[in-house]
Design a protein around this ligand. Structure first.
Ligand SMILES: [Zn+2]
Length: 224
């Protein structure tokens, strides 16, 4: 009965999903060569809005969706130090870009190490050998978890260095996500109203027609 009621309530609702990519040119000063340049920070956001059928809100789902998307874009783009691009002058990444690119594989590896260590420890302790007192079981699980964690740290550092951004000068790598001040001025000259649109187009990324592109004005991070 309750299941049917739930179904009826679901039928009485209407929903719509929205996806967007925000693109924000950011001016920073290179920590290596101290020249300023403009790179493009961008990200994806998505939201599903719903309303009761026949209500005013239901007929205004696109409006609700736009509102929700712009809130998400404002939140996502407000963070400092986002995105990654080589400095067009010295062809190096900023340290924080490298750190960010390595932290995700690192933490995943640590989590997997801890979980598999704890699981292996528990399976071993409970199934191998004679029946043990509880503190001995905990001790064995703790030791296996510690081994798993340190293996996770080691593997995480390795994965981070493989899959993360490389430090050092990279002359070979093509970089479309950063511009010198002069190149930025030229781009603004061509696309005065929304330079972020032209900047995103430079990246050559495919975007479905259903995914809206939200261009944001230049954010200057050289002062902070
Ligand atoms: Zn530089």
């Amino acid at each position: 009965m309750l299941a049917h009621l739930h179904l009826l309530l679901e039928l009485a609702k209407t929903r719509q999903s929205f996806k967007a990519i925000w693109a924000q040119p950011r001016r920073i000063k290179c920590e290596h060569c101290h020249e300023s340049f403009v790179y493009l920070a961008w990200g994806r956001v998505g939201a599903t809005v719903e309303a009761w059928r026949g209500t005013a809100a239901a007929s205004n789902l696109p409006g609700l969706g736009r509102e929700r998307i712009s809130q998400l874009v404002a939140k996502a783009s407000s963070k400092k130090r986002m995105g990654a691009a080589l400095c067009p002058h010295c062809r190096r990444y900023q340290e924080w870009m490298i750190r960010a690119s390595r932290s995700r594989p690192f933490w995943w590896s640590v989590i997997v190490g801890v979980l598999s260590g704890a699981t292996a420890g528990a399976l071993y302790s409970l199934n191998v050998g004679p029946v043990k007192p509880l503190d001995a079981i905990f001790q064995e699980i703790f030791e296996a978890t510690a081994i798993g964690a340190s293996a996770g740290v080691g593997l995480g550092l390795l994965l981070g260095s493989i899959f993360g951004l490389a430090s050092g000068v990279q002359l070979e790598r093509e970089e479309l996500g950063s511009l010198t001040e002069k190149e930025w001025e030229e781009l603004v000259g061509r696309q005065r109203r929304q330079p972020a649109i032209a900047f995103f187009a430079r990246l050559g990324r495919k975007r479905k027609a259903s995914v809206e592109l939200v261009p944001l004005p230049l954010r200057d991070e050289t002062e902070t």
